[in-house]
Write a protein of this length. Structure first.
Length: 172
């Protein structure tokens, strides 16, 4: 088994303490660098940088960043949810590793969306509630993977559903 031990660290977001959304850093005891190209072969729109290495993709409402000794997972309700989502991705990575001889590894990388294309889908009010001074700065951080869509409290508003869908189509 590739991953048989890990620790979950929950990070509290600063944006909405009334209904917080958490992110988790899952610290792995094993070095999982060799499995990244195989995981890359199974996911859509993944950004893969072999030199770091890091594989980033979005799936079922979560953003995953898989590194040699860590999995970062966004959009978690609480520790229990974090444990469930972590167990699921760890089991999947272990299964992929066991099956690697039947798979073709992928070193392809999805191209990140442009900051201006992201900006066009944001509210544009520069209200700062996401923790940065402008929507442009937030768009830049989204493109770099340093913030998540959930950090803007207005993105999920019903009338913005089309724009949210566009942002998700960009793999954010
Ligand atoms: S919270 Fe949303 S609307 Fe406000 S500045 Fe950040 S991205 Fe723009």
């Amino acid at each position: 088994m590739l991953i048989d031990d890990y620790e979950i660290e929950l990070e509290t977001p600063a944006c909405d303490l009334e209904s917080p959304i958490y992110a988790a850093k899952v610290r792995l005891k094993a070095d999982v660098s060799d499995v990244l190209p195989y995981v890359n072969a199974t996911v859509d729109k993944a950004e893969f940088i072999p030199g770091i290495p890091v594989l980033v993709w979005r799936e079922e409402g979560h953003r995953y960043a898989l590194r040699s000794n860590e999995i970062a997972i966004s959009t978690l309700d609480d520790r229990r949810h974090a444990e469930k989502v972590t167990r699921s991705i760890v089991d999947r990575i272990n299964a992929i590793w066991e099956d690697r001889e039947n798979m073709k590894p992928s070193y392809d990388s999805w191209e990140k969306p442009k900051v201006l294309d992201i900006l066009r889908q944001l509210p544009g009010t520069n209200c700062r509630e996401c923790g940065v001074p402008t929507c442009m700065a937030f768009a830049a951080k989204l493109a770099e993977g340093k913030q998540y869509l959930e950090d803007c409290p207005f993105i999920n508003e019903e009338e913005r559903a089309d724009k949210l869908a566009s942002l998700q189509d960009m793999g954010l």
